[in-house]
Design a protein around this ligand. Structure first.
Ligand SMILES: NC(=O)c1ccc[n+]([C@@H]2O[C@H](COP(=O)([O-])OP(=O)(O)OC[C@H]3O[C@@H](n4cnc5c(N)ncnc54)[C@H](OP(=O)(O)O)[C@@H]3O)[C@@H](O)[C@H]2O)c1
Length: 259
């Protein structure tokens, strides 16, 4: 029997690459995002190339209650995913008091509420089946405070801590939770965050495909977290031994240049 994976944010960037990798591994897929046309094009391509089944769910996950709506739609299709990938997320640069309140709310809903509640709705079935894998897309932003992207960095800290805690709770159940913590990746993320596209100047930039492959490998090994790329790993590691008052100042400088 083939495995079924649900991927949020599969219409572009890291999520689309995860879909491609999982399809090549002969997993059936439920592709979720708002861009229906992009999802349908991807579904047709992957079904043709790999002989798998793809289901498309177009849904705005930045609305309260979206996780339950998605869960109910999956149940109504009589589908039971064994892999859940909570990848959809976005950030925004700028000073917190000037960020649009609606965007802040949507970011908190998508990055935290939807991710948490999708995990909550799907997890009991996985535990009952004594098998399952969950990939939560966090960020290297999870390891430090992020002036000029304050809510985004804090939301990713939540994702990392939540996922690491669950991975301990679930020991011995057959279900694993993995947090993927990428550094900067060129994707639709920068435009949505209103960032200046200065990424290519940064050292150690990784492609969405490379990050997705490392995330997929860690997921399959049941690792509790993974940081793709040596430089990203080093920066996350260095933060732990740097003065707490210094770190946000360095991040502030980096992020201010992107506004
Ligand atoms: N790129 C980076 O530098 C970077 C670094 C570290 C972590 N990350 C994280 O990696 C994840 C994927 O980001 P990415 O770089 O691949 O960005 P991306 O290219 O912008 O892709 C984001 C995906 O999320 C979906 N999405 C956004 N808002 C949504 C909503 N309201 N409802 C449903 N789906 C929604 C988008 O699809 P639609 O627009 O069609 O809805 C798209 O498929 C995010 O959680 C991000 O925080 C990114």
């Amino acid at each position: 029997m083939s495995t079924l994976a649900l991927i949020t944010g599969a219409s572009g960037g890291i999520g689309e690459e995860l879909a491609r990798i999982m399809a090549a591994e002969k997993n059936d897929l439920i592709l979720v995002a708002r861009s229906k046309a992009k999802l349908e094009t991807l579904a047709v391509e992957l079904q043709k190339a790999h002989g798998i089944k793809c289901y498309v769910v177009d849904l705005d996950l930045a609305r309260h209650g979206a996780a339950l709506e998605l869960y109910n739609r999956v149940v109504s299709l009589n589908l039971k995913p064994q892999i859940l990938v909570n990848n959809a997320g976005f950030g925004e640069v700028g000073t917190f008091h000037e960020n649009q309140t609606r965007k802040i709310e949507e970011m908190l809903t998508l990055n935290i509420e939807t991710l948490t509640m999708l995990t909550r709705y799907f997890l009991p079935d996985l535990v009952k089946q004594k098998t399952g894998r969950i990939l939560q897309v966090a960020s290297t932003a999870a390891f430090l405070p992020g002036p000029y992207m304050a809510v985004y960095y804090a939301s990713k800290a939540y994702v990392l801590h939540f996922s690491e805690a669950l991975s301990i709770e679930l020991k011995g159940t057959g279900v694993t939770v993995t947090a993927l913590c990428p550094g900067p990746v060129p994707s639709g993320f920068q435009a949505r965050a209103n960032m200046k596209n200065d990424l290519m100047k940064l050292p150690g930039i990784m492609s969405p495909h490379a990050v997705a492959q490392i995330g997929y490998n860690a997921l399959m090994k049941g690792k509790s977290y993974v940081i793709p790329g040596f430089l990203n790993w080093l920066s996350a590691f260095t933060v732990r031994f740097s003065p707490r008052c210094l770190v946000p100042l360095v991040v502030a400088r980096l992020n201010r240049n992107r506004t």
